[in-house]
Unconditional design. Structure first.
Length: 305
C-alpha cells in the first residue's frame, strides 16, 4: 500500500505545500530566494512559535500516513532565535506520540505520549565555534549562534519510539514547523541517505549493498566545485550512531569537517575516514557527553510541572 512512497517521498512536492490546500500556514510565513541554497525556501518568523508555523496536513483530523522509517528535515535555525518542531507519529497499537525538539527546551522530558528533546545548534568554524569549548552545559542549549548553518537532520522514528517508549512505529501522522526557521524541504524514506556522498562515490564503493545512498538530487544542498559538503553544511543523525544508549539531546556527534563520516563507517568498513580533533573540539564533545544521560529516559514529568 505504501509503494508510492518508495524509494523516498519529497513531502513538500507531493503535498504541494505552496498551494496551501493540503497544508496550512499561520502567522509570518513567507518564501524567499536563499543565496546559499540557490533556491526558494520558506521563512517562518515570530516571537510566539505556536502562532507562526507550517502544518502538514491541513487539519488535525487528517493524517499524512507516511511509513518511511527515516525523516529528513532540511532547515536552518534563525540566528539568535528559538524554534520548535512537532512530529506526531502513530504506533502499531494506534497510540499517537508527539516527538518535539527545540532549542527552547533545557532538558529532556518524556511521558507515554510525548518526547521533548533539546536541540543544540552548532556553529560554523570561527570564534563562536571555538568558544563553545568553554561554555557550560546550560550555555550549549539556547538560541542559535550567529553563524548557524543549513542542516540536514535525519530522525530514525522507528528507533526513537522503540528505545524511548518501547513502542513499534507505524507512520508519521503530522508535522508542525514553528518559528523561527528557514525550511527547504523534508522527506521520508526507508533508505539511509548520507548527503556528503556523491553518486559517483556511491557507485564506486557499492554503498547500496550496505544500506547507504547519496541524497536524492532534488533534496540535495548545492556544493560548489572543489568544495566538500561537510565544509558548508551540518548533518545530524539522531540517534547519532545507532548505539543502544538513549540520548537526551539532539546535536552533531562530531564537530569536525568530516562530520557525518560515522554514517559511512557504520555501513562499510572499506571507507575509513580519520578525524583529527582540536583540543577545543574535544572539550566541547566532553560537554556534550555530560548532557546525555540514559537515566533521563525513565524520568517522568507532568505537564505544567
Amino acid at each position: 500500500a505504501a509503494v508510492w512512497q518508495k524509494p523516498y517521498l519529497n513531502v513538500f512536492k507531493h503535498f504541494r505545500v505552496e498551494e496551501w490546500r493540503r497544508s496550512a500556514k499561520e502567522g509570518d510565513v513567507t518564501t524567499f530566494m536563499d543565496k546559499t541554497l540557490k533556491g526558494t525556501v520558506y521563512r517562518i518568523r515570530g516571537s510566539i512559535p505556536a502562532s507562526n508555523y507550517i502544518q502538514l496536513p491541513k487539519t488535525s483530523s487528517q493524517s499524512l500516513g507516511l511509513v518511511g522509517r527515516y525523516l529528513y528535515l532540511l532547515f536552518r535555525p534563525m540566528p539568535n532565535k528559538y524554534f520548535v518542531v512537532h512530529l506526531d507519529v502513530s504506533t502499531e497499537d494506534n497510540q499517537v506520540v508527539r516527538i518535539s525538539f527545540s532549542n527552547l527546551f533545557k532538558e529532556f522530558k518524556s511521558t507515554a505520549t510525548w518526547l521533548q528533546f533539546p536541540f543544540i545548534c552548532g556553529a560554523a568554524k570561527g570564534p563562536v565555534y571555538e568558544s563553545t569549548a568553554k561554555t557550560s552545559k546550560q550555555d550549549l542549549v539556547g538560541a542559535a549562534p550567529a553563524n548557524v548553518r543549513w542542516t540536514c537532520l535525519m530522525l530514525d522514528l522507528q528507533y526513537i519510539l522503540s528505545m524511548y517508549l518501547n513502542r513499534r512505529y507505524s507512520h508519521l501522522k503530522s508535522v508542525k514547523l514553528c518559528s523561527n526557521l528557514l525550511v527547504k524541504n523534508l522527506c521520508t524514506s526507508d533508505l539511509l541517505f548520507d548527503p556528503g556522498v556523491t553518486f559517483s562515490e556511491a557507485r564506486q564503493s557499492n554503498l547500496a549493498c550496505h544500506g547507504v545512498s547519496p541524497m536524492p538530487r532534488e533534496m540535495a544542498f548545492p556544493v560548489p566545485k572543489g568544495e566538500k559538503w561537510h565544509d558548508r553544511y551540518d548533518y545530524i543523525r539522531f540517534p547519532s550512531d545507532g548505539s543502544k544508549m538513549p540520548y537526551d539531546s539532539i546535536q552533531k556527534s562530531c564537530s569536525s569537517p568530516a562530520a557525518g563520516a560515522h554514517v559511512l563507517e557504520d555501513a562499510v568498513h572499506e571507507l575509513p575516514q580519520l578525524v583529527t580533533l582540536t583540543k577545543a573540539v574535544r572539550d566541547r564533545l566532553s560537554l556534550v557527553q555530560q548532557i546525555t544521560s540514559p537515566k533521563a529516559v525513565s524520568t517522568p514529568w507532568r505537564e505544567g510541572a
